[in-house]
Write a protein that binds this ligand. Structure first.
Ligand code: PAF
Length: 287
């Protein structure tokens, strides 16, 4: 695996990989890799000739009050994992390369970025959209892979890529990969490592109660009382606060009162022991 830290080296390496017209996947990450990221790399390898991964802890998607400095950094360990999964190229720029002096541009995607995490983390999705647009322009992949765990992020990136004409011929496809879960159902996340043993055990209440709520909604119950019961169960299990628990249209992310005919999603963000966990699951009427 080649590692590039500058744009010149990146472009030379990408040109070599694509010299015969090969497809190139990009798996953007902030490092602290786990099985969820490696699943993205494996999916990318199945679909593309070569895989490039990026590791960049993007400061512009963290609010001043958030955990940028505490965010885990383990570049060597991550690089070894990517290499053993067959990644051909690691793009690991530092902040000065990504945001040189005088950088003044920000991409803002309205609509899908506004509620949910957009409401509790103002500016977060501007930071994500801007850095992902830069990553697409830097690497010029034919395909890009993102986890469905960050469902709203995926919707924001799809909208940004569509509106800025970054899809064909630049990035032909943006591929969402289903969430990878621990044995007890907790969605894998780099943030799970912040949980104490006690909070880690209690955190599994989140996917369990979400499944319970989905079963009730599919049974015809209205979203509001079902989601209120979900919030109570989480608070009872040791979560300290709930940022949101919402039934939403899976495409527009607009909140829904009841399940209709189009695909819906249950999305939750909740805090436990100072760690903010997010999760989402499909809610579809059985046919
Ligand atoms: O999901 C992430 O790890 C980040 O938000 C991303 C897409 C790499 C942008 O920094």
């Amino acid at each position: 695996m080649q590692t590039a830290n500058t744009l010149d080296v990146l472009r030379t390496q990408v040109a070599k990989l694509r010299a015969g017209g090969e497809t190139l996947a990009l798996v953007p990450t902030m490092g602290a890799l786990h099985e969820g990221h490696l699943t993205l790399v494996r999916r990318a390898r199945e679909m593309c000739d070569h895989v490039a991964a990026s590791i960049f802890v993007n400061p512009t998607q963290f609010a001043p009050s958030e955990d940028l400095d505490a965010y885990p950094r383990q570049l060597e360990e991550d690089a070894a994992m990517l290499e053993s999964e067959g990644c051909a190229l690691l793009w690991a720029p530092d902040t000065e390369v990504m945001y040189p002096d005088g950088f003044v541009t920000s991409i803002s995607v309205s609509g899908v970025s506004e509620g949910l995490c957009g409401a509790s983390r103002p500016g977060h999705f501007d930071g994500v959209a801007t850095v992902v647009c830069k990553l697409f322009n830097q690497v010029r992949p034919t395909h890009a892979f993102f986890g469905e765990k960050d469902f709203q992020q995926l919707a924001v990136i799809r909208a940004m890529a569509r509106d800025l004409d970054l899809t064909a011929p630049r990035v032909h496809s943006i591929i969402g990969v289903p969430t990878v879960r621990e044995a007890d159902g907790l969605a894998m996340s780099s943030r799970n490592r912040y949980l104490s043993e006690e909070h880690r055990t209690a955190a599994a209440t989140l996917p369990r109660e979400m499944k319970e709520a989905i079963a009730r909604i599919k049974d015809g119950q209205e979203a509001a009382p079902t989601l209120a019961a979900l919030e109570d169960a989480l608070l009872g299990a040791g979560f300290s606060s709930i940022d949101y628990a919402v039934l939403a249209d899976a495409a527009s992310l607009a909140p829904l009162d009841t399940l209709g005919n189009s695909p819906a999603r249950l999305l939750v963000a909740a805090r436990i022991g100072g760690t903010r966990l997010i999760d989402n699951m499909a809610v579809e009427q059985d046919r």
